[in-house]
Structures are given as structure tokens and as C-alpha cells.
Design a protein around this ligand. Structure first.
Ligand code: SF4
Length: 646
């Protein structure tokens, strides 16, 4: 890796980034400590018993730190009661106070809990959404003002042995940062560095940093850039707290978290993980732990070929330049191939699992939003006529004798490739360590590489292969062929999303073929879920919903479920659902529509970042939201057929 692109210890060997150790109430983080798991309560902080009970459930589920919101002095004060209650019941878990806007609450909390999280976007600034142009002079004055506000907290933390997280959030950058750097990974990094420089100047180093966003691409780039900038500026290697904000719920939330958090863990970044789900907080730690556990025996993986310099810029997204073969590569969205090669005889009804439905009346095929693009049938060619939109891949040994090869393509090994005509559309199976065979692809203009790896360090091994193609200027499309025998659905989703997501985030990969779970519906939907989470192919409505916390102004889980029920047929529309205003407007930059709590039973509705309706009663807010979507012409009625298909 060239110095100008360095962000992790190695792109080929699994190694954790070396960091300083930060002590948080006797549970140290960073250095050689395990990657810690944490979460945040959702009950009102003034509900002492509720907070204690929920914290205990979180600890029992694996949480090593418990974060609790402190929106004002009275909640900060109540942290003392919560802490006392937990200790009395024998729970020593370190507590973290979550602060937005209120330095006085932070200063009080710093004397009570083991760690304070500040959001540099709103600690010293009230967001006014003003576009301000700063000269170097006025910018300097702003930094002085921030220091005045922030310095007392740093001094208190130092005095009381309280750690701090400087937690930047893409959705709540200050007007100052937005004015100078925009809504960018660099803006996020600079937002944290402004605060970090003050801490270092005051010789306070018990700091953890985070760079969260709901957009996985932005989030990954921001963490990488942060590591790079810390080193470039000679600042200490502080531990990283990883998280994707507003990941949503259920499978989508898990897959999205795995794509973002996993991409960083693969490169050895991250010292603590918080998975944010719009669910009860005790469901978060097991997911975080499953992501972290993948690295417990990662060191000592199979060797990956050395790499002199990475051919991609890890701080910006650029899709690998490829040529179009069939509907793969170039500007096509990544395609999904369903692997039925182990199935034996394939029947019409089997295609239901991959989104293609045969309706005897009116004798037609219909496809839902997650209809696979290709099916790989191995040595068992499909005997019925395939629906439009589905093409077949067959092992070469069988394909070559077929009388009808229309919409059917051969799969060869790289060693068989020389027997195939150079102009023939051909899928070529390759193992990621076969770098020495890449030259055999030269001259084949219609080949599509189906790339797999047996290496435990899968993402890095696959990436290394793609890098070699870039270095050799070969532009054939690549489909990632990921196969691991994991029958547990959630484990399968987390592992595949981590390995494949890490590639897609860097623009590497023109399709995916997933197998190993055994359930074809799970494999197919996971493939589409990963593409969506990595923002490469949008096939369903995306819900950017916050996990909720003590600030939440309505029942987030219930509301998200209700909005999902009415809108989840809207392909590609992004809806933000935020419990309060803290991250609301910022995250709206990433959403098409927003539903944000603004007071008791009161909702503010957004179109992008623009407020469309204020103070709508929650009884009517979902209807109003749908009306806004209709007024924009973005609404479609759910087809009656969807009821049959799903
Ligand atoms: S956006 Fe949600 S999780 Fe974040 S502070 Fe508001 S209510 Fe809490």
C-alpha cells in the first residue's frame, strides 16, 4: 500500500491495527484486548428501574459496556442511581453517557460514569442548517470557541479517570464542517480531529473514536481516512468504535451492519463494535459478537500473494472498469446467480425460491423484486422453458452436447478455457490463488470469471485476485462465488455479507453467487440484501431507522413495522425513521423521505432534507407520509399479484 493510501496494517495478512489501550472502568479497550461488544439502552433514562433491568438484560446477552442517553442535567444525575442499582445487584459493567448538545450534562456525567460520548457535530454547535462561508480567520475563531466549551469536560475526564468517545455521525455534522468540507468522509474525520487536537493539547489520551453513517460506503471510507489522518498528523493510534447507524431491523439491519462493520474488521480495524438495530437492545450484542468471532482464529490463514501497491483508492468509491459481457459488468447492476448445481432435477416450482413464479392461470411467469438473473444447474440442465429474465449456466461437459444452447452458457475451469472459442460467452471458474493462470484469460473477450476462494481470509484473498486483474488491465467481469456450509440463517448472512460487502464497497464485483445455507430462498434474498446494503443494486425499500434510545419520542419498533407494511413494495425508495431530531436532518440527506419525532405524539415529515410538514399527530403521520410520496409521483399501488408472490 502506498503511504498516501495506507489505512490498515496489511491488505493480505490478517493483523489487528495496533492501538493504544484505553481503560474504561476496568474493562480496557484496544491494544491486545479482545474486540469489545456494546450496546445502548432504549428506555427513558429517568426510569431508573427500567434502565437497570434493561442494562442487566444487555449484559446477560454479552454487552461489555452499556451506553445510556443523558439529554439534560436531570438524566445525567440519574445515571448515578442507575449505576448504584446495577452495582448493588453485582453488575460492574462500565456505563457510558451519551451526550448531544448539552455540555453541562456531559460535565456532570463525567463525574459519575466510566465514559462519556460526545458528538463533535453538536457539542458546541446548535445546528441551524445555515450555509456559512468561513475565512481562515473566522474558522480559527470558531475553533477557539469550541475549545472554550469543550476544555472543561476534558479536564474533568482527566481528573476523574473517565474515558471519552469522540463519536462523529454523518447525520449530524456541524454547519461549520458542512460549509468547509461538505457532507463527506473528510468532513467527518475533520469533525473528530478538531476535538481530538484539543484533547492531545491538554494531554488527555483516554479516547476512542467513531465515524458512523447509515451509508455503508461513507462509513467505511470515513474510518479508513481517520486511521490515515491520525498517522499522517502524528496523533496517537486511538481505538476505534465501529458501527453503522440506523441500520434498521431484522435481516436487512444485520446484513447492512455486517457489510459496513465487517469490511473494516476484515482489514484489522476496530476495537469495539455496536450493532444498531431497531429491536430490543439485548438482540444487538449477539450479532456484534458473531461478527467479531469470525476473527478469533483468522491469523495463520493461508498465504495470499504479496502486493506491492494497491491499485485502488480506499477513500473514494470507484467501480472497477469492466467490459460488458451479457448483462454483466460495465454499468450493469451486479447480477445474482442462484446455485442449483447440487439440486439434481430442477422443477418449475423450485424457481419460486429464487423469485420466479409460474402462474398456470394465465400460463405466465411472474418475477418479484428479488428474481435471480441466472441459475447455475451444473450437470442437470433445466428441461422446461425458462422464464424471460432468467438465463442458465451449465457445466461445459454437458453444455457442449446440448441441441438448444439458447440462453444457456457453459462453465469451464481455467484449464479447460483453451478448448472454448475465444468469442463464445463463457463463465470461467477460478480459485483466488490462481494468479499465475490469469494470463490464460488474455484474448477471451466474452469470458466472465466466477471467482471463489478456500482461504479463511476470504475477502482479502478475493480482493488480491481482483487487484491482479486491475494491475494487468484485464477488464472481464467478475462474479463472486461464495460458498460456505453454514445452515444457521443469521450466521450465513453475517459471514457472506462481510466477505462480499467488503469487495462491493470498493467497487469490486459484477455479480454474486451464494451457496452453502441449503435454503435457496435464504441464499437468494441474502445476495440481493448484500447488494442493497453495499448500495450497488436497490431492489427494495430501504428503511434508515434509528435503534431508539431514551430520547425517542414514539414507539420506534411499532412505527417502523407500520411504515414497512404500507411501503415495502416501493422499490428503491429510502425512508428515514428517526426517534428524534439529533441525527434526523443529517441522515435525511441519505433518505428520500423522513419521519422524525419532534415532540410527544408529534412527527415532522421530510422530503430529503426539506421539512414538508411539521407537528403532524402520530395518528395521521403515516398517511401523510404516503400522501407526500404520492404527490411526488413516486407511489405505486402494491400489485394484487404481490400478494400471491410473497
Ligand atoms: S435518532 Fe434515535 S437513537 Fe439517535 S438520539 Fe434520536 S432517538 Fe436516540
Amino acid at each position: 500500500m502506498s503511504d498516501s493510501h495506507k489505512y490498515c496494517p496489511s491488505l493480505i495478512d490478517y493483523k489487528r491495527r495496533e492501538t493504544i489501550e484505553v481503560n474504561i472502568g476496568g474493562v480496557p479497550m484496544g491494544a491486545n484486548n479482545p474486540i469489545r461488544v456494546q450496546s445502548m439502552t432504549t428506555v427513558d433514562t429517568m426510569d431508573t428501574e427500567g434502565s437497570i433491568e434493561q442494562s442487566i438484560r444487555m449484559v446477560e446477552s454479552g454487552c461489555e459496556y452499556v451506553r445510556i442517553t443523558a439529554p439534560s442535567i436531570k438524566e445525567a444525575q440519574n445515571l448515578e442511581e442507575i449505576k448504584r442499582g446495577l452495582r448493588a445487584k453485582g453488575y460492574q459493567v462500565p456505563l457510558v453517557a451519551d451526550i448531544h448538545f448539552t455540555p453541562n450534562a456531559a460535565e456532570l456525567a463525567a463525574k459519575i460514569v466510566e465514559k462519556v460520548r460526545v458528538n463533535p457535530g453538536n457539542y458546541a454547535d446548535k445546528k441551524k442548517f445555515e450555509e456559512l462561508a468561513y475565512t481562515d480567520e473566522t474558522y480559527e475563531l470558531e475553533l477557539k470557541r469550541i475549545r472554550q466549551k469543550f476544555e472543561p469536560l476534558v479536564k474533568l475526564c482527566k481528573e476523574h479517570g473517565t474515558a471519552m468517545r469522540i463519536g462523529t455521525n454523518h447525520g449530524s455534522l456541524s454547519d461549520r464542517i458542512m460549509g468547509r468540507f461538505g457532507d463527506t468522509p473528510l468532513g467527518m474525520v475533520e469533525s473528530a480531529l478538531e476535538f481530538l487536537r484539543i484533547c492531545e493539547d491538554l494531554e488527555f489520551y483516554d479516547i476512542v473514536i467513531s465515524m458512523k453513517a447509515s451509508n455503508t460506503r461513507v462509513m467505511v471510507q470515513a474510518y479508513r481516512l481517520l486511521v490515515h489522518k491520525l498517522e499522517e498528523e502524528g496523533l496517537r493510534p486511538y481505538p476505534l468504535h465501529l458501527g453503522v447507524t440506523e441500520a434498521g431491523d431484522g435481516e436487512d439491519g444485520r446484513i447492512k451492519s455486517a457489510v459496513g462493520i465487517g469490511a473494516l474488521l476484515e482489514d484489522g480495524l476496530g476495537d469495539t463494535v455496536r450493532v444498531s438495530l431497531t429491536e430490543e437492545p439485548e438482540f444487538e450484542a449477539p450479532v456484534a459478537q458473531a461478527l467479531v468471532d469470525r476473527y478469533s482464529d483468522r491469523a495463520g490463514h493461508g498465504a495470499i500473494a504479496p502486493l506491492a501497491e494497491s491499485p485502488v483508492n480506499p477513500f473514494v468509491y470507484e467501480r472497477r472498469v469492466t467490459q460488458e459481457v451479457l448483462n454483466l459488468g460495465d454499468h450493469n447492476v451486479p447480477r445474482v446467480i442462484a446455485d442449483f448445481s447440487k439440486k439434481g432435477k430442477i422443477e418449475i416450482k423450485d424457481l419460486k425460491e429464487i423469485g420466479h413464479f409460474y402462474l398456470p392461470e394465465p400460463d405466465k411467469w411472474r418475477m418479484n423484486d428479488t428474481g435471480a438473473d441466472y441459475i447455475y444447474s451444473g450437470i442437470n440442465p433445466i428441461e422446461f422453458m425458462l422464464p424471460n429474465g432468467l438465463q442458465e449456466i451449465i457445466d461445459y461437459s454437458v453444455w457442449k452436447d446440448l441441441s438448444d444452447q439458447n440462453n444457456k452458457y457453459p462453465l469451464v475451469t481455467i484449464d479447460e478455457l483453451s478448448t472454448v472459442d475465444k468469442e463464445q460467452v463463457t463463465f470461467v471458474s477460478m480459485e483466488a490463488n490462481e494468479l499465475n493462470k490469469i494470463d490464460q484469460l488474455q484474448g477471451h473477450t466474452q469470458a466472465i470469471i466466477l471467482l471463489h476462494t478456500a482461504n479463511k481470509h476470504a475477502m482479502a484473498s478475493l480482493r488480491r485476485f481482483v487487484f491482479e486483474l486491475i494491475i494487468k488491465e484485464l477488464t472481464l467481469p467478475i462474479v463472486i462465488n461464495w460458498h460456505q456450509e453454514i445452515s444457521d440463517k443469521e450466521d450465513f448472512q453475517l459471514a457472506s455479507a462481510t466477505d462480499i460487502g467488503g469487495l462491493l464497497i470498493d467497487g469490486l464485483g459484477d455479480g454474486v453467487m451464494l451457496a452453502g445455507n441449503g435454503n435457496k430462498k435464504v441464499e437468494n434474498e441474502t445476495a440481493f440484501g448484500i447488494l442493497q446494503a453495499a448500495r450497488t443494486r436497490m431492489t427494495k425499500t430501504e428503511y434508515i431507522s434509528c435503534p431508539s434510545c431514551g430520547r425517542t419520542l414514539f414507539d420506534l419498533q411499532e412505527t417502523t413495522a407500520m411504515i414497512r407494511k404500507r411501503t415495502d413494495h416501493l422499490k428503491g425508495v429510502k425512508i428515514g425513521i428517526m426517534g428524534c431530531i439529533v441525527n434526523g436532518p443529517g441522515e435525511m440527506a441519505d433518505a428520500d423521505y423522513g419521519y422524525v419525532g419532534s415532540g410527544k405524539d408529534k412527527i415532522t415529515l421530510y422530503r430529503g432534507q426539506e421539512v414538508v410538514k411539521r407537528a403532524v399527530h402520530s395518528d395521521y403521520a403515516v398517511d401523510e407520509l404516503i400522501q407526500i410520496i404520492k404527490d411526488d409521483g413516486s407511489w405505486v399501488e402494491p400489485e394484487a399479484i404481490d400478494a400471491i408472490l410473497n
